[in-house]
Design a binder for this molecule. Structure first.
Ligand code: HEM
Length: 478
């Protein structure tokens, strides 16, 4: 009883202390008639509005707030005061024109899991050097050479789905595809056993990434930390083998190994491993989630499915007969598929928002963003704003016949940290779609509506589906 009373007193004291600190901060920032904090509510001390956000869903939470307060508002979530930005101009301000006033910010546990030297945790010269290497290795010039290999990965995966005729979890299967394509762009052709070792440990890291951080052995998080160490060792083994065989490859690993900064310094093996694993991490779930949504939207829009199918069949000269490998020119000449992809990325908005932290007090449109506060450009709210995308809930690829207004469409982000993998993501999506549409049919199984967050949005239960090879199917056309 006494312990309970003491605990209650401690809680009250912490509560008062935190309330006092927040009030003090607000007073400091608003005295002398300086810029005011944006409208909004900071909720309870420490917990802020975290409970409200997670008891609805972040997207509903943000949309409700935007309706109430407008395009810039403050809140307090996960222990941090934040300013949310739901206008294209504000997103541009933070991510592009005044990016130097904001730094990337991630929870420490996530940084540790991916690797603290991964480029997206950094700014300045280190980030710029690494970004150049990643961008070069994922440039159109480089990835066009990967087309036949990506096709092989796509076809053998599709064959495996159709082969056993069982219901698959589309999202989980798409993760296998994006993982294998990721490995191809990072390491080129890896020996099968090393690839399996990488995959095995990566799956454990992936499971632990969103679990409760703890040092207790046996927990999902702790297992992930150990698997992450093994991943670094595997990357070191691959590096040693390359050095031994004096291989000079133009994949990302090759670029990282050949790097010298202005003083002739090379990257350490930890820096290389963190960036390899970081890129793989950035590539896998995002692309898999996009592909899963694309299958869902195709399923829901029968006429568009038929039109896309026709586009892919005609791209290879009418269909029938043996299919030749896709050429880069063909992949660039499928306008309907391209618009379908863009509309899917808008509707699904895989990355709903991003985080930065103000490195100094910043004034934006007469509002103060205090130093140390998080800012969150809300991509989803912008993509679903009827002023920029009329009837935003209607799936309509034709809206992309006209280029969207600048800074209103940011599925791959914007500015210095925008996605360097966007060309590869679009290419691998197109290749998988090409083989799916020209050789296979599928049927979504069970309930067909609802969203899950894994943590990216995906259709409910990962979109369970069954696949058939076109020539031998006896299933009705979906
Ligand atoms: C449909 C698939 C994808 C989507 C929607 C997506 C989206 C994004 C977004 C929105 C950002 C910016 C995040 C921010 O500003 O905080 C980003 C960054 C990044 N993405 Fe992607 N991405 C996808 C696929 C890929 C692929 C395939 C790769 C690599 C092979 C990749 C590698 C990266 C990297 C390395 C960064 C960090 C860049 C930096 O900090 O400079 N992404 N991505």
């Amino acid at each position: 009883m006494e312990i309970t009373a003491a605990a209650a007193v401690v809680v009250v004291l912490i509560f008062l202390f935190l309330s006092y600190n927040i009030l003090k901060q607000i007073r400091r920032e608003t005295k002398h008639g300086g810029p005011k904090l944006p409208p909004g509510s900071l909720g309870w001390p420490y917990i802020g509005e975290t409970v409200q956000m997670y008891s609805q869903h972040p997207n509903v939470f943000f949309a409700t707030k935007q309706k109430r307060y407008g395009e810039i508002f403050k809140t307090h979530i996960l222990g941090c005061p934040c300013v949310m930005l739901a206008s294209p101009e504000a997103a541009k301000f933070v991510l592009v024109s005044h990016a130097h006033l904001f730094k990337p910010t991630y929870p420490k546990s996530k940084e540790k899991m991916i690797g603290p030297s991964a480029l997206f945790f950094h700014g300045g010269d280190y980030h710029a050097h690494l970004r150049k290497l990643v961008q070069t290795s994922l440039s159109p010039e480089k990835i066009k050479k990967l087309i036949p290999y990506i096709e092989n990965i796509a076809v053998s995966l599709l064959d495996s789905w159709a082969g056993h005729g069982q219901v698959i979890n589309t999202f989980i299967e798409m993760k296998k595809f994006s993982f294998d394509v990721g490995i191809l762009s990072l390491f080129g052709h890896l020996d099968g056993s090393i690839r399996e070792k990488l995959k095995h440990n990566y799956v454990i890291v992936d499971k632990g990434y969103n679990s409760l951080p703890t040092k207790i052995p046996g927990t999902t998080y702790h297992k992930a930390v150990l698997a992450r160490k093994r991943l670094s060792q595997i990357v070191s083994e691959i590096i040693s083998e390359r050095k031994e065989k004096r291989l000079v490859d133009s994949d990302l690993l090759g670029h990282l190994l050949n790097f010298r900064d202005g003083d002739g310094q090379i990257l350490t093996e930890d820096q290389i491993a963190d960036n390899i694993i970081g890129v793989l991490f950035a590539a896998q779930d995002t692309t898999a989630s996009a592909l899963t949504w694309i299958l869902k939207y195709l399923q829901d829009n029968h006429n568009l499915l038929q039109a896309l199918k026709a586009e892919h069949i005609s791209s290879e000269g009418g269909g029938g007969g043996d299919q030749k490998p896709l050429t880069w020119a063909q992949t660039k000449n499928m306008p309907l598929t391209y618009r379908f992809m863009m509309e899917s990325l808008r509707m699904a908005t895989i990355i709903s928002f991003t985080y930065r932290e103000a490195v100094v007090d910043v004034e934006y449109k007469g509002y103060l963003i205090p130093k140390g506060w998080k800012v969150m450009p809300l991509f989803r709210n912008i993509h679903h704003n009827p002023d920029f995308f009329p009837d935003p809930q209607i799936f309509d690829p034709s809206r992309f016949e006209v280029a969207p207004r600048s800074n209103t469409f940011m599925p791959f982000g914007n500015g210095v940290h925008a996605c360097p993998g966007n060309h590869l993501a679009k290419l691998e999506i197109l290749i998988l779609l090409h083989h799916l549409l020209t050789k296979f049919r599928w049927e979504v199984v069970g309930s067909q509506s609802g969203i899950e967050y894994a943590p990216f949005p995906i259709p409910k239960q990962g979109l369970p589906a069954r696949f058939w090879k076109e020539s031998i199917t006896s299933s009705p056309q979906k």
